[in-house]
Design a protein around this ligand. Sequence first.
Ligand code: SF4
Length: 484
Amino acid sequence: MDRRVFFRFLEFSIPLWYDSVSMNTRKFHVKNFGCQMNKLDSALVVSALRQSGFIPTEHASEADIVLINTCSVRRHAEDRVLSHLGHLKHIKENRPELVVAVIGCMAQRLGSDLLSHEAVDLVAGPAQLPDIPRLIEEILERRTKTLAVTDKIRTAAEPGQLHALDQFEYAYDSDANHIPGQAFVRAMRGCNQFCTYCIVPYVRGPEESRSPHVLVEQAKKLADQGVRQITLLGQTINSYSYRNGDRHYGLADLLEMTARIDGIEWIRFITSHPGRFDEAILHAMADIDKICPYLHIPAQSGSDRILKAMHRGYTARQYLDLLAQARQIVPEIAIAGDFIVGFPGETEDDFEATVGLVREARYKNCFVFKYSPRPGTRADSKMADTIPEAVKKERNLGLLEVQNEISETDNQRFVEQEVKVLVEGLSKKPHLNQADEGGKPQLIGRTATDFIVVFNGPESLAGQFAKVRIEKAGALTLFGTRIE
Ligand code: SF4
């Protein structure tokens, strides 16, 4: 049977409060948990609700509707959502008119269990985001609890639903993105990789690539709005694949098409999977200036035994060979990795193999996570979570320490160099650089290779490119002076 979206309306009686919420003063607040994909979803929801006449607020306390966009990748992220819901339950005791919506991956995973929480009025999965303004209007009107998740999540979506999702993405208002001059554009949905520890294929469904022509139109619209940098998003973005008759488009084609758009000056893409990496992507990166020489490519482990248990589809040597090939084709490339430590059965030798891989890979930076069993995944059902928390923590810190040493050493090459950055805005940690430049605030920007650069300059530079001479380099941040 085709994949169907099913809505279950569970009616129950609560006080009539709708009249107290005026149509043109309804405020909403979105709290986001999780990855870039979720940040994009939240921005889309903000945009859609604004276009439906709702007013965004930074303060949950003054909102009539609170939406929590959830992440299921780690248990900790879900625990934080549940704790947040506990807090909202207390608020609702005094303000029963408050509408609480739980959206995203956890909504899809837990469905009706979440809806039974006293605080929750709406549970909506990632594929139901386009319906959220309508569902909230209905809840305000009917005072119903509403479940809107995908019934058969691993069945390909119907064309009508894909079209609705495309329209929703296209309506994206870059104002909803808090980084000026930048926008995320979803190139793909879902994942077919089924890494044994990962919940994503079960909450975001099968891989579906969006039409390159639609993506280019969307990027043109964003360029007209002043966006200078596009980041193409996909769980395994390098497996982007779209067929139109005889013509097939891969990620390299999409990058080339996007690079032809006037106004778009930098293009990034995240996240890549090492198992299916097409060399044409590296050549596009080497040949087209607009494509940032930056690759985020998780390894997850340096032990072949653990990689196999994770169902990653490559060996440590194959992964390192890919990195070597990337550096040969794109000499200036910067590479970032992800690792999971404490996967079931990970021995000291396995962990040492991971340390060895990190030393050989010489990443720009890497993200390290402690294994967290996720219900519904193969790792959770077939492998016991054997590694004690203290050992996971020790390995996590140990691996980060190795990477920090590498970054600190390698980053010294930037000192006395000029770099070009796209300015993001005010630095969130102004204490890091005490340099006084005539009262100009401290700004943060990123190089094409994704290095974070802190310098002083006018706030009006946010969304613009700037040149900075680097004076000091730490493991995570470069510090310098703007060249006017
Ligand atoms: S590639 Fe693996 S880790 Fe990444 S989203 Fe897919 S299943 Fe999860």
